[in-house]
Design a binder for this molecule. Structure first.
Ligand SMILES: Cc1ncc(COP(=O)(O)O)c(C=O)c1O
Length: 427
């Protein structure tokens, strides 16, 4: 029998120890995922010895690509001094200063270890501050794995009904969780009004200002205005999830698109490639809830993450944001030209340094218009596979997260691969 590729052997070992063969299901794709060996800049090499242009960048974490020299140096220096202590360090203050200086609404900040925990912390703080228990979230919009925030993450036409309502994501979710989450539709102002008027126990509305599962485009300006005005009138806090969306502007998505949230959940890019989360926002809310709602995890503000985050975010200056923005716009335009030339039934949708490929031409403005049919899901998987064969790693949802490490030759490589993949859909 010929030697198996190392990825197959690793997959077999993974099947023996992980349920369904994976400890991180978002990265699994059939028949088995390729396993990473190492990365440098825009490139990642797998254990089978194949090199790819990496546009997945750990789902948006690696805004400078792999092994970014200033981060490597900062981490090596910090690791030699100790990785974590039962004492605070200057590193956490330095990263907090950088973030609060950049975004007008970040008056105070607290760190935690993941985006999911940041979302949970923000929701708990909103409950503690308002003395109310429920939250409102958008149907289908992903905020990580906190029980309340993951309700209706994967609603389907079979269960979503005429009016959006709470649909359990995990079997046997307690009734108390389901009844504490009110679901609304992105960009629907009258539905938001109705929901806010229907219940006096709402602590917060949480939105991602650029929701991936509603087209990866910003919520409409009139909807953002309504969110701010209506929540304020109802004494409800407005929470933005900028775990991804911070990458859309030097002053955050809120600096670019508006919305003035009371609290913002952060993660991904602010940790320089190490596990991180944070909640930032109004000083009065943050001060009033600091002792009641704990962010005191064992690894919170650990100096490896804090020094890596400081190095990465310091290099992400306004010029770097502008360059990423221009790169994303260039690639969206070039991909759209390829699609149009081939008359493919596809489209490119996205904002700034991100985009996603959809296998239809309908307008996407909320979860229901985004929702992929089985054929569209199959097309997404096939497209992802062809791009891999062409040496480009995208997220399995056919989403790209561009990094500052992408070069002009990388752009050409990507567009060639893209044209090959599109041709496969039109031949
Ligand atoms: C918008 C958004 N919020 C929250 C999260 C959860 O972050 P984490 O995976 O760090 O828990 C994610 C993760 O992809 C996300 O995309």
């Amino acid at each position: 029998m010929p030697d198996q590729p190392p990825s197959v052997a690793l997959h077999e070992r993974a099947l023996a120890v992980f349920p369904a063969g994976s400890t991180r299901s978002a990265l699994w794709y059939p028949p088995y995922p390729t396993y990473a060996a190492h990365g440098l800049g825009s490139r990642i090499t797998d254990v089978d010895g194949r090199e790819y242009l990496d546009l997945a960048n750990n789902l948006g974490v690696l805004i400078h690509g792999h092994a970014f020299a200033p981060i490597v140096q900062a981490v090596q220096e910090q690791a030699a001094l100790g990785s974590c202590f039962a004492l605070p360090t200057e590193s956490e203050i330095a990263l907090a200063e950088l973030l609060t200086d950049r975004v007008a609404g970040f008056e105070k900040i607290r760190f935690i270890n993941t985006g999911s925990e940041a979302v949970a912390l923000a929701i708990k703080a909103a409950r503690a501050y308002t003395g109310r228990r429920k939250i409102v979230k958008l149907e289908g919009v992903y905020h990580g794995s906190y029980d309340y925030a993951e309700i209706s993450n994967y609603s389907t036409p079979d269960n979503w009904g005429n009016e959006p309502h709470a649909v359990a994501t995990v079997p046997a979710t307690p009734e108390g969780v389901l009844s504490s989450v009110l679901i609304t539709q992105a960009n629907d102002i009258s539905m938001l009004k109705r929901i806010l008027a229907s219940d006096s126990d709402i602590a917060a509305v949480i939105v991602d200002p650029v929701p991936a599962r509603c087209g990866l485009t910003p919520l409409q300006p009139s909807y953002l205005d309504a969110l701010r005005t209506l929540t304020r009138e109802a004494g409800v806090l407005l929470i933005f999830d900028e775990v991804i969306a911070l990458r859309f502007g030097y002053g955050g998505a809120q600096g670019r698109f508006g919305g003035q949230p009371d609290l913002t959940a952060l993660g991904k890019i602010i940790g320089g490639g190490y596990p991180v989360g944070a909640v930032a926002g109004r000083a009065d809310v943050m001060e009033a809830t600091a002792s009641a709602v704990s962010s005191s995890g064992t690894f919170t503000a650990n100096p490896i993450t804090m020094t890596a985050g400081l190095a990465g975010m310091s290099a992400l200056d306004e010029a770097a944001y502008d360059a990423l923005e221009a790169l994303g716009a260039r690639m969206r335009l070039a991909c759209t030209e390829i699609i149009d030339k081939k008359r493919a039934s596809m489209q490119v949708s996205g904002t700034g340094s991100m985009f996603s490929i959809y296998f239809h031409r309908r307008d996407v403005h909320d979860y229901r218009s985004y929702f992929k049919s089985p054929a569209e899901n199959a097309a997404t998987t096939r497209f992802h596979r062809i791009m891999l064969q062409e040496g480009v790693l995208m997220a399995p949802t056919a989403t790209c997260f561009f990094s500052t490490a992408v070069t002009r030759p990388d752009e050409e490589h990507f567009l060639q691969a893209f044209a090959t993949a599109v041709a496969d859909f039109t031949s």
